[in-house]
Structures are given as structure tokens and as C-alpha cells.
Ligand binder design. Structure first.
Ligand code: 5GP
Ligand code: ZN
Length: 138
């Protein structure tokens, strides 16, 4: 258990949460500060701060339940769409340092979203990044 980790406390049952799903490795519950009704958080029971810390098997266990959770949220809320969001680090908006996936119901004109300021690559830059990423991933 992470020291003073709010989500570890939810896992341990020390603080309450509106749990909607649990299995051996994961728990899903309502976000206490929803961006829309039905906004869910999916977390691993085990404490890992960021996606880069997560064992691949646990990441797979989380991914495995996402389609069911997404379907349930859409069915119950009647939302027209759904964003799946996972923040890592303060620069990316992470506040709780226990890996979590947001499932956020969306409707046309709901005013949510973030700026999608698409850029472009200077000549040669995409090739360089591709080469460096392949090297790290090989
Ligand atoms: P982050 O910004 O770290 O990606 O998102 C953390 C989320 O956890 C926020 O949306 C916030 O509302 C939610 N949250 C923080 N504390 C609690 C809590 O005690 N219970 C529940 N259910 N959600 C929480
Ligand atoms: Zn934790």
C-alpha cells in the first residue's frame, strides 16, 4: 500500500467508494468529482504510481475489463460517446499517484475536452524520432 494513497485506502476499504466492479486485480468506482454523470475510475488493486511502473500483466488485466465498463457506462448514462483517459505526472494532470483510467461519458456540446493543437514535423524530425523510438523498443 502506498503511504497515504487515497486509492489504496479505497482498495483496503478504509474509505468508502461507490464501487461498480471488482475482480482479483482491479476495482472500478465512481469518480468523486465527475466530469459527467457516470464518470468511472478503474484502478489496479496494487499500488503503482504511473503507467510506466505497471507490470504488463496488470496493464493487460485492466485493459481486459475496459470494454465491459465502457459498455455499462454508455448503457446506463445514455451518453453518445466516451473518452478513456489516463494521466501520468503533474504535467499531464495527474493528481492521485496511483495508476487509474478515467472513463468519461460524452455528449455533443457538453463543453468538455482539451485543446488538440495538432502540429507538424520539420523535415527529417519524424524519421529521427522513429529511429530513436525503435532503438529503445527493440
Ligand atoms: P487525476 O487527475 O489524478 O488523473 O485524477 C484523479 C481523480 O480522482 C479525480 O478525477 C478526482 O475527482 C478523483 N478522486 C480523488 N479523490 C477521490 C476519492 O477519494 N474518491 C473518489 N471516488 N475519487 C477521487
Ligand atoms: Zn495506492
Amino acid at each position: 500500500m502506498g503511504a497515504d494513497c487515497i486509492f489504496c485506502k479505497i482498495v483496503a476499504g478504509v474509505i468508502p467508494a461507490a464501487k461498480v466492479f471488482e475482480d482479483k486485480q482491479t476495482i472500478a468506482f465512481l469518480d468523486i468529482g465527475p466530469l459527467a454523470e457516470g464518470h468511472l475510475l478503474l484502478i489496479p488493486r496494487a499500488h503503482y504510481a504511473q503507467i510506466t511502473d505497471l507490470p504488463a500483466e496488470l496493464s493487460a488485466a485492466m485493459a481486459a475489463v475496459l470494454p465491459r465498463l465502457a459498455s455499462a457506462v454508455l448503457a446506463v448514462t445514455g451518453a453518445a460517446g466516451l473518452n478513456i483517459l489516463q494521466n501520468n505526472g503533474r504535467a499531464a494532470g495527474q493528481v492521485v499517484d496511483h495508476v487509474h483510467v478515467h472513463l468519461i461519458p460524452r455528449r455533443e456540446g457538453d463543453g468538455l475536452g482539451f485543446r488538440w493543437n495538432a502540429g507538424s514535423y520539420a523535415v527529417g524530425r519524424a524519421d529521427e524520432l522513429t529511429r530513436r523510438l525503435r532503438a529503445v523498443l527493440s
